[in-house]
Write a protein that binds this ligand. Structure first.
Ligand code: CP
Ligand code: NVA
Length: 301
C-alpha cells in the first residue's frame, strides 16, 4: 500500500520521480482546455473520495479536476456530513470507504485522524492538509521553484512568519530535496521541536532574507488556530510581513511564494504578491499537476 502522508515519510527518490512526472504531464497538456482528457487515462475505472473537514478552494478543485483529466471519478465529502470520528471510529469509516473507492484524499484537523485512516484503509490515503503538515502544497512549490530557477538543491529558502503546518512540510522538503531553509519569526510561534535540525533560525527578518533564492510566507492565523488568538498573532507577526523592503534584501531574481489563501497586506503586501518575483498563481496551478503525479504514484498507474 503506497500512501502519501508526508514528505519526510516518502523516499526522496520517489519524491523526485513524482515531480518529474508532474512536469511531464503539465507539459503534455500545454495549450489544451482544462476539461480536455489527458492522452493517457491511468485512472480509468477508479473512484476517488475527497474528504474535507476544513474549507478548501485549491485542494478541492485541483484534486477533482486532476482525477477527471486522468479518466477517474470523484466524490467530494464534507466531514460534517459524515460519521467520521463521531458517529463511528475513523477505523470503521476507513474500512467502509475502502469497499467503495480506490483512493482517499483527506483534509482534517488532527494528524491522528489521517494516520488512523491510512492504517485501516485498504486503499491508498493522501494527506490534503492537517494541523501539522501540508505535503501536497510543498510538492507543488518545489515543482514551481524548479520550473523558474532550476534545481532547488543547495538554494536558500527563507520562511517569514508563523512556524505552521506549511512550514513543517517545507522543513521536511529541505532534507529530502537538500536545500537550506531559514526560519524567521517570533519565538512564541517557532516550529514544533520535532523539526529541529531541519532548518536554522535567524530572528531579524532582514538579516534572514539576505541572499535568499526564495521567500515564503503564509497566513498568520491558520484554520485550526483559535480566532481569539488573532489579535495577539497579528501583533507578534507584524514585523515579519513580506513587503518590498524585505524582498529587496533577497537576490534580485528571488521568487516569492504563498500557498494561498492570503490576507493581502497582512503577511504579504499586494505589491509583493502581484510583483514581478511572485509565482503564487503558478504554485496554485501546480497543485493540479503535482497531485496528479501523487495519485498515480499511490495507485501505481
Ligand atoms: N493552499 C491550499 O491548500 O488552498 P485551499 O485551502 O484553498 O485548498
Ligand atoms: N496554514 C494554513 C494553510 C492553508 C492552505 C492553514 O492551515 O489554514
Amino acid at each position: 500500500m503506497t500512501h502519501f502522508l508526508d514528505i519526510d515519510t516518502t523516499p526522496a527518490d520517489d519524491l523526485r520521480k513524482i515531480i518529474a512526472n508532474a512536469q511531464a504531464m503539465k507539459d503534455a497538456r500545454k495549450g489544451k482546455p482544462k476539461g480536455t482528457m489527458d492522452a493517457e487515462q491511468p485512472l480509468e475505472g477508479q473512484m476517488v473520495a475527497l474528504i474535507f473537514e476544513k474549507p478548501s478552494t485549491r485542494t478541492r478543485v485541483s484534486f477533482d479536476v486532476g482525477v477527471r483529466q486522468m479518466g477517474g471519478q470523484t466524490m467530494v465529502l464534507s466531514g460534517t456530513d459524515m460519521q467520521l470520528g463521531h458517529g463511528e471510529t475513523i477505523a470503521d469509516t476507513a474500512r467502509v470507504l475502502s469497499r467503495y473507492v480506490d483512493l482517499i484524499m483527506i483534509r482534517t484537523f488532527e494528524e491522528q485522524t489521517l494516520l488512523e485512516m491510512a492504517e485501516y484503509a485498504s486503499v491508498p490515503v493522501i494527506n490534503g492538509l492537517t494541523n501539522r503538515t501540508h505535503p501536497c502544497q510543498i510538492m507543488a512549490d518545489v515543482m514551481t521553484f524548479e520550473e523558474h530557477q532550476g534545481s532547488i538543491k543547495g538554494k536558500k529558502v527563507v520562511w517569514s512568519g508563523d512556524g505552521n503546518n506549511v512550514f513543517a512540510s517545507f522543513a521536511h522538503a529541505a532534507k529530502q530535496f537538500d536545500f537550506d531553509l531559514v526560519f524567521t519569526g517570533p519565538p512564541p510561534l517557532d516550529p514544533e521541536p520535532v523539526l529541529d535540525g531541519l532548518y536554522t533560525i535567524v530572528r531579524d527578518p532582514h538579516e534572514a532574507v539576505h541572499g535568499a533564492d526564495l521567500v515564503v510566507t503564509d497566513t498568520w492565523v491558520s484554520m485550526h488556530d483559535p480566532q481569539s488568538a488573532r489579535e495577539r498573532r497579528h501583533n507578534q507577526l507584524r514585523g515579519y510581513q513580506v513587503n518590498d523592503a524585505l524582498m529587496g534584501k533577497a537576490k534580485d531574481d528571488a521568487l516569492f511564494m504563498h500557498c494561498l489563501p492570503a490576507h493581502r497586506d497582512d503577511e504579504a503586501t499586494s505589491s509583493v504578491m502581484d510583483g514581478p518575483n511572485s509565482v503564487i498563481f503558478d504554485e496554485a496551478e501546480n497543485r493540479l499537476h503535482a497531485q496528479k503525479a501523487i495519485m498515480r504514484y499511490c495507485l501505481g498507474v
